[in-house]
Design a protein around this ligand. Structure first.
Ligand code: HEM
Ligand code: HEM
Length: 144
């Protein structure tokens, strides 16, 4: 469930990044390049990858840690990008929003990192439904 939410959110960031990229190219105005870059990398690529990781390692999708990460990463990123846009187009009064958003997103990413480092289970070795065990049983039964 949380993995679907992340992948759907990531696709929204993908659209925003790609349309902003087109807009910058058409206008030949690259002032919002860093907004484009971080929406693409922190929004689209990072969130899509994390969504897929939660399917590959389902234990990482359980509990409050992935939910706290999702909220902090997304709210932080939107405030960070809004602040960055305001800073570039309007001026320094947007620096506090930019900085707060970046810190909130970074805190979310810290929680994601802790989730992976502390809660990812080692891969099962014996009697499991892995491709390695399939290969093993194939070798035992295959005619020589
Ligand atoms: C059709 C889609 C896209 C368009 C039209 C586009 C357009 C642009 C433009 C105009 C720039 C500024 C280039 C400059 O300053 O000279 C740029 C920079 C950049 N874009 Fe995109 N972009 C697109 C998609 C993406 C995606 C999907 C990603 C990442 C997943 C991405 C990552 C970057 C990065 C990292 C830079 C900074 C490169 C640098 O500073 O050297 N872009 N893009
Ligand atoms: C909350 C986390 C992050 C913060 C606060 C942050 C902040 C920054 C800042 C301040 C710059 C320099 C802007 C400038 O030169 O004026 C930058 C550049 C850049 N960042 Fe990040 N960043 C973050 C995460 C990431 C991540 C996760 C990626 C990649 C997956 C990334 C990719 C880049 C790239 C490619 C550039 C260079 C863009 C260019 O020069 O065109 N950043 N970032």
């Amino acid at each position: 469930m949380i993995s679907r939410t992340l992948i759907k959110l990531s696709v929204v960031y993908f659209l925003v990044a790609v349309f902003l990229g087109n807009y910058m190219g058409m206008q030949q105005d690259f002032r919002l390049k860093h907004v484009h870059v971080h929406i693409a990398l922190l929004g689209w690529l990072s969130l899509a990858l994390i969504g897929v990781l939660y399917r590959v390692y389902p234990e990482l999708a359980e509990g409050w840690l992935p939910r706290a990460h999702l909220w902090l990463h997304n709210v932080g990123l939107v405030v960070f990008m809004g602040g960055f846009t305001g800073y570039v187009l309007q001026g320094k009064q947007f620096v506090p929003a930019l900085g707060t958003g970046a810190m909130v997103a970074s805190l979310g990413i810290l929680l994601f990192a802790l989730n992976v480092l502390l809660r990812m289970r080692p891969s099962p070795k014996h009697g499991s439904n892995t491709s390695a065990s399939h290969l093993h049983s194939f070798q035992q039964t295959a005619p020589h």
